[in-house]
Design a protein around this ligand. Structure first.
Ligand SMILES: [Zn+2]
Length: 531
């Protein structure tokens, strides 16, 4: 029976917003099945005779026989009995082309990470159970109802009433309904965060309330998945140690190192700035106004290390990290290791570092066997420091930074380079070659491309999406996709084409999903022209 259809609308990593059509009813996901009312979907589901969690305790043949046979919705039962390793194991193996329902496990603390792992449906079973155990949810806190004189919430069930206004049974019912409201509120928050592509920042803060959730995220980060975006419109907040292992950081460092081609014999190392891109910051502007910089530069931050050529790319263009001047040993080790790898890619005969404090420690540790000239004496912008810097680096060589930026960005994003001349005012740069080839898209931290580059990408079979014979409007649905490049991740810039039309769009799904899904938005169209 085909009762159930799932339409993907928006991805943020593995997390997603979608529409679930079950028989004739449409639910927005992430969705909560409310067992206090008529749980319409649940009635029809095959929960199996053994919980998913039993696969770790009973023989495999028995589990296969007893497990849920639901083929339209993936049911995951008994999660709360499992270790973080087992939970991550289940989610690493789960089929993601069907909606995922995590049964009887959601509470306000674990909901964000459940949704982050790709759960589309939860319920209020645990919230009801806790209510009957006398537990009242207040945001992240669990309060003992027996100790409350007044209910500290003004929702339509609590209305700040005195607990004495209710009989014992009425009170349990009120608390169960209130607890459900708290879950709904959390789902609503996660939905907004997915739309804004900011769920990860929130998850990193929520997992801190329970070590078991922290372990789950750390284990989850060891895996990788084609749903994570390389480019995003949101700010990366790096304020936890878990921020170091998020996909954005791992991908950026790995990919920049892969395509980095420093050219000059002298390397200048500078500290990061709060304002992004760095080159628009007051500090970097003052340094440049006083010293003629015409060499390769690397900017040291935490956890990022950013050769100047990549500073317009996500997440370098849009992140925030707490700065106190003190660096932890962990930060020093992590950042200095990456700094060294970047320096080793060059053929530098001289390294000049215009940094102080913790930054200097990172360089001294990472480049301990290099001869580094430190030019910062009494503050990075002082006359004597800037004069020393000037003396060390001026007149070394010529380097066309903007041209190199385009080359590095296009290698990073597509694996090829485009020919052309750079125009525009930094950071809004364009590449021209007879017509417009590409421009820096500051919102997503990527290159946006036009017809010339699109044709070149298509002839190289890069980031292509083959569509049916129709003229796409704003969206291309998965049903209209015939085939697509497997490399495509959500938010990648893609080139779609049929025999009569081609154009540029933003992927909503991964390439594999576009081909495998029957429903949902695959690509948002940016521009198009006849073939
Ligand atoms: Zn309430």
């Amino acid at each position: 029976m085909v009762n159930c259809m799932f339409y993907l609308e928006k991805r943020d990593g593995i997390a997603r917003i979608g529409k679930l059509k079950y028989k004739n009813i449409v639910f927005e996901t992430p969705y909560l099945i409310n067992y206090l009312d008529e749980p319409s979907i649940a009635r029809e589901l095959d929960f199996g005779r053994a919980a998913t969690a039993t696969k770790y305790v009973i023989p495999e043949y028995l589990y296969e026989d007893l497990k849920s046979k639901s083929d339209e919705i993936n049911l995951v039962t008994g999660l709360s009995t499992l270790s973080p390793h087992q939970v991550v194991d289940i989610f690493n193996q789960i089929e993601r082309n069907k909606p995922i329902y995590a049964v009887g496990v959601a509470d306000p603390l674990n909901l964000p990470i459940l949704i982050y792992m790709g759960v589309d449906i939860v319920d209020n079973i645990l919230a009801i159970k806790k209510a009957y155990d006398g537990i009242y949810f207040l945001g992240e806190l669990e309060l003992d109802v027996g100790e409350l004189e007044k209910l500290p919430c003004s929702c339509k069930y609590c209305r700040n009433s005195s607990t004495k206004d209710f009989t014992e049974n009425e009170l349990f019912e009120v608390v169960a309904r209130h607890n459900t409201e708290m879950l709904l509120l959390e789902i609503e928050k996660c939905k907004r965060l997915i739309e804004r592509e900011e769920l990860r920042n929130y998850v990193e803060s929520k997992i801190k309330f329970q070590p078991i959730l922290t372990s789950t995220l750390r284990l989850l980060d060891k895996g990788e998945c084609s749903y994570f975006q390389r480019f995003k419109k949101s700010k990366c907040i790096f304020s936890a140690i878990e921020s170091f292992s998020r996909f954005e950081v791992k991908y950026f460092l790995r990919r920049t190192l892969e395509v980095y081609e420093p050219k000059t014999r002298l390397l200048l190392i500078l500290p990061c700035t709060a304002k992004k891109p760095y080159l628009t910051s007051r500090t970097h502007r003052i340094i440049r106004s006083r010293v003629w910089i015409n060499v390769n530069e690397i900017i040291v931050s935490s956890p990022l290390v950013v050769p100047r050529e990549f500073e317009l790319l996500y997440p370098a263009i849009n992140y925030d990290t707490p700065v106190t001047g003190d660096w932890t040993d962990e930060e020093i080790r992590f950042v200095s290791k990456w700094l060294r790898k970047f320096v080793e890619k060059g053929d530098f005969e001289k390294v000049v570092a215009h940094v102080s404090g913790g930054y200097r420690k990172v360089i001294e540790f990472g480049l301990r066997d290099y001869e580094v000239v430190f030019t910062c004496e009494d503050g990075i912008l002082s006359d004597s420091s800037l004069n020393k810097l000037k003396k060390e680096i001026e007149g070394y060589e010529r380097y066309d930074l903007y041209e190199e930026m385009f080359k590095h960005m296009s290698r990073y994003q597509f694996g090829i380079e485009f020919e052309g001349q750079v125009r525009g005012k930094y950071p809004n740069l364009d590449l021209f070659n007879g017509g417009r080839v590409a421009r820096s898209d500051l919102r997503y931290g990527m290159l946006d491309v036009y017809e010339i580059a699109a044709r070149e990408l298509l002839s190289n079979r890069l980031y292509w999406v083959q569509i049916g014979e129709f003229e796409p409007k704003n969206k291309i649905f998965a049903s209209g996709v015939i085939n697509a490049d497997e490399k495509i991740r959500p938010n990648d810039l893609v080139i779609f084409y049929s025999s009569t039309i081609m154009g540029v769009g933003l992927a909503v799904m991964s390439g594999k999903e576009m081909v495998e899904s029957e429903k949902g938005v695959a690509v948002r169209v940016k521009r198009k022209w006849p073939v």
